[in-house]
Design a protein around this ligand. Structure first.
Ligand code: GUN
Length: 287
């Protein structure tokens, strides 16, 4: 039987979520407040932060942005986080990663009040997720689970291969997939033969940052492919998947751009909305 590939339209799904949030925020008791901290001049980080701030303004959030020089002292950053933790207008605090090497990620991430940790990077929130009691789920893994939900494929017992084991995507994603009773294999930079793992997989999620890492000969017909990669090749943005060829074998596939990226932004907004509800003791009606 011929496989008819469906392109998972992250932009469209994200737009629906943002429209719902905009309505909820307009009806809510208080504007959710988000503080975004960016350190240094990393071009990719600047672009991500631009997307996040633009989207949060658009849904009606209160926003504070902080952009520091690369050489900022860790102490100064921690002091700002202390202030934001106490600020009643702020419900979510996001520190864009990566941070420069003289700053220790862990010191910064664990300084954020865990109830304002809308990225889900605080050790308390990482632990809650690992135990199956998530408070804040990191935006990219949460967005991927939403996209999988849109395929209407039951994850129970399915063979899922995750390529990439980062704290931001791969590791939290494994927890979420296990909670859905999928059979999860994690591959990473040191995996010797990727194809051995990918060729039998029902679902493959690639977050490696390597253009065309996943090629058509590595996947079975009917596979679901989620591409988390954002790479620049000859001035164009491409993912980690050889999209045109893998598309011919997949039942569902996400494009880059327009797949996972917009979902990440929408999930950050949703987390900030949820943080506001929890902190202000507000129970929204379902819409
Ligand atoms: N860097 C890459 N992805 C992310 C993310 O989801 N949140 C933050 N804070 N930094 C990132």
């Amino acid at each position: 039987m011929e496989t008819i590939t469906k392109i998972l339209n992250g932009s469209g799904i994200a737009q629906t979520i943002r429209a719902r949030l905009k309505t909820q925020i307009a009806r809510g008791p208080k504007k959710p407040g988000l503080a975004v901290i960016l350190v240094g001049q990393d071009p990719a980080s600047k672009i991500y932060v631009d997307f996040k701030t633009k989207a949060s303004r658009e849904v009606g959030m209160y926003l504070e942005t902080y952009h520091f020089e690369e050489n900022i002292k860790e102490k100064k950053l921690l002091k700002l986080i202390d202030k934001l933790n106490k600020n009643k207008k702020i419900h979510g605090i996001l520190v864009q990663l990566p941070l420069p090497s003289h700053i220790e990620d862990l010191s910064v991430l664990q300084r954020v009040d865990p109830r304002k940790d809308v990225d889900g990077f605080h050790p308390e929130n990482v632990g809650l997720l690992a135990m199956g009691y998530p408070r804040f789920i990191s935006a990219t893994p949460k967005g991927i689970m939403h996209l999988l939900d849109h395929t209407n494929i039951d994850l129970v017992g399915k063979e899922v291969v995750v390529i990439g084991a980062s704290n931001i995507v791969g590791k939290p994603l494994v927890q979420l997939l296990l909670d859905e009773e999928a059979t999860v294999t994690v591959c990473h930079e040191k995996t010797q033969n990727l194809k051995v793992h990918t060729e039998h997989a029902d679902i493959i999620i690639v977050a490696a940052g390597v253009p065309k890492l996943l090629t058509a000969d590595m996947v079975k017909k009917g596979v679901v492919v989620i591409d988390v990669g954002i790479n620049k090749v000859d001035g164009a943005v491409v993912g980690d998947v050889d999209f045109e060829k893998v598309k011919e074998r997949a039942s569902y596939i996400t494009p880059v751009p327009g797949g996972v990226g917009p979902m990440t932004v929408a999930m950050l907004l949703e987390n900030t909305w949820e943080a506001m509800c929890a902190i202000e003791g507000y129970r929204p009606s379902v819409i």
